[in-house]
Design a protein around this ligand. Structure first.
Ligand code: ARG
Length: 571
């Protein structure tokens, strides 16, 4: 199926025929290049490296070797100085690729590489009583897409929302609520109200320094299971989760586990004991730490002097729990770049404990979301609530639909799919480590490199199939010459690359490979549509071209699905 590999085999055989040694298949495949422009062929083979073996100048070698290469899937072999330019037979390759897509459907590009093994993916993980930040949005979108991609590679992803529901801040929040809180207000707008209380607490500390101690006391009470503290904490948690759920529902994202930090409270003693048994704990100013000097890292704090455990302790317990529960092939953490040190320390501590599986843990950081070139702040009341952003995006798309396609059925659902998709796609089309600029206007345009553009292209292609009365088939017989245009060829070539793109996205845990791919495919398809007649052709030519369109529909929809976006058939 892979035509490049077939060509590599032919060249390898031709070289062997000329008596050249030391140029096995792998080496030949790695030497293949893609010519800078399509007029120079689909594949180029440079002959410089052969000069020594054959004791001839590269152009002479190219001429000799070219004469020994022929046959399907090749149509033509040209010599261009020291290069051999190889042209694939569009009919042969087109038939292969289109058949593969039409028979496999959305399984095109899938593989069993992962053998069903588990890959827990730590994603989203917002903090209770705080707004769902843009960073959490990025973690949610990227993590969900990575889960879909790993699933396509044959792994079993486990989506874990490691909710930030424990820590000293809850002591402060309890104090603030008891002093200034109002139950009705918290119920009405939990996140806004709890954030306000938290901010107020920090403002008041200047006047009343004892507040800090009160906060610490209440956190201690919470850790010791005090009924009042426990009750308030549970309530804050519940109200916050309800708010987060609204966002996940809009994004259509589900989790396999929402075990947050508090879930590990009764699992930390064991970690401390294990560290003690291995003589890894050192006392430092009354606190317990694991030294990481040999890795040039600061010590990892395990227990504070007052006995309170920390974020890192909970993550150690969580890692052990995930290993024991899922026996994972890889464990992935999709968390912002600011926590790089935390994860380095986590892995090193586990490695020092003698756990080889810690080498299969990956922190997948991502860049920041900026607004007007600055970090978006969730503090100091300048909150951009994600829920409001999503609502705005949906409303804007709804307006466009009302204008352009007022008779569309299920307008609201399509507006949600496109509006929310726009926000998600914006997060996924760029290399994940890049900082990205937040601009609703840019996300929502139907013409740029956006989610709506790809979704709209998919809908256009669907409508073309309807209008042309496409006859679905899984064994296309292409009318000779019907796909000879350079536009059709560019689309076929792109389709052939999809399995490779999925591989790369999985290997690098980077959904942007898929994001860029669907933009490219959409653009190439639109060029094809603009330049090649489809509907006004003879039936066999029309059906052949529609088969290509049908293949594009399948791959665009699957690419969007991997990114977590829907592909409405009409919009
Ligand atoms: N709640 C944390 C935050 O908002 C992210 C948690 C990431 N996951 C983890 N296992 N540490 O910063």
């Amino acid at each position: 199926m892979d035509h490049k590999l077939q060509v590599a085999t032919k060249i390898t055989e031709a070289l062997a025929g000329l008596g050249v040694q030391d140029f096995p298949f792998e080496k030949v495949s790695s030497m293949l290049e893609t010519p800078p422009n399509p007029a120079m062929g689909d594949i180029a083979f440079p002959c410089f490296q052969l000069a020594k073996a054959l004791r001839k100048a590269p152009p002479a070698i190219a001429a000799e070797l070219a004469g020994a290469i022929s046959g399907a899937p090749l149509k033509e072999v040209q010599v261009a100085g020291p290069y051999i330019n190889l042209f694939l037979d569009q009919h042969v390759v087109g038939t292969d690729i289109i058949s593969a897509v039409l028979t496999q459907g959305n399984a095109y590009g899938s593989s069993e590489d992962g053998q069903g093994r588990n890959v827990p993916i730590d994603l989203s993980s917002p903090n209770i009583a705080k707004p769902f930040s843009m960073g959490h949005l990025r973690s949610t979108c990227i993590g969900n897409a990575i889960a879909n991609i790993m699933e396509k590679k044959g792994y079993t992803p486990v989506r874990i929302n490691h909710i930030g529901d424990w820590g000293t801040q809850f002591g402060k929040l309890i104090v603030a609520y008891q002093k200034w809180g109002d139950e009705a207000k918290v119920k009405a707008e939990p996140i806004k109200e709890l954030l306000k209380l938290y901010v107020q607490f920090h403002d008041e500390v200047a006047n009343d320094p004892t507040l800090e101690d009160q906060g610490r006391e209440w956190f201690k009470k919470l850790e010791d299971g005090d009924a009042e503290a426990q009750h308030l904490w549970e309530w804050f948690r519940e109200e916050s989760l309800k708010e987060f759920m609204k966002i996940y529902e809009l994004m259509d994202i589900k989790f396999d586990s929402t075990n947050g930090e508090a879930f590990y409270n009764d699992k930390m003693d064991r970690v401390v004991t294990m560290l003690e048994e291995r003589n890894l704990l050192t006392e430092s100013d009354g606190a317990m730490v694991v030294m990481l000097d040999e890795f040039d890292l600061p010590p990892c704090l395990i227990k504070k002097s007052d006995g309170a455990t920390l974020y890192a302790t909970r993550d150690l317990a969580a890692a052990l729990y995930r290993h024991e529960t899922y026996d994972f092939a890889k464990a992935v953490y999709v968390v912002g770049g600011e926590q790089r040190l935390h994860f380095q320390q986590l892995y090193k501590v586990l490695q020092k404990m003698g756990f080889d599986w810690a080498y299969e843990m990956y922190h997948i950081p991502f860049g920041m979301m900026l607004k007007d070139g600055k970090k978006m702040s969730t503090r100091k009341g300048k909150v951009v609530l994600l829920e409001e952003v999503l609502a705005q995006a949906i409303a804007d798309v709804k307006k466009v639909i009302e204008e352009k396609n007022p008779t569309l059925a299920n307008k609201d659902e399509v507006a949600r799919q496109v509006g929310v998709g726009a926000v998600m796609f914006h997060d996924l089309k760029n290399y994940r480590l890049n900082d990205i600029n937040f601009s609703l206007e840019e996300m929502l345009t139907f013409e740029g490199e956006t989610g709506p553009y790809v979704q709209y292209t998919h809908a256009r292609a669907c409508s073309l199939l309807r209008k042309g009365n496409y006859q679905p088939t899984t064994e296309p017989t292409l009318a000779e010459g019907a796909l000879d245009s350079k536009e059709a060829w560019a689309v076929i070539t792109a389709l052939s690359q999809f399995p490779d793109i999925v591989d790369r996205a999985a290997a690098d845990f980077d959904p942007s490979f898929i994001g860029k791919f669907v933009i490219d495919l959409a653009q190439l398809f639109n060029k094809f549509y603009a330049n090649v007649r489809i509907l006004a052709e003879e039936e066999d030519v029309k059906q052949t071209r529609l088969q290509l369109v049908a293949a594009v529909v399948i791959v665009l929809k699957e690419g969007l699905r991997l990114l977590g976006l829907k592909a409405p058939e009409e919009m």
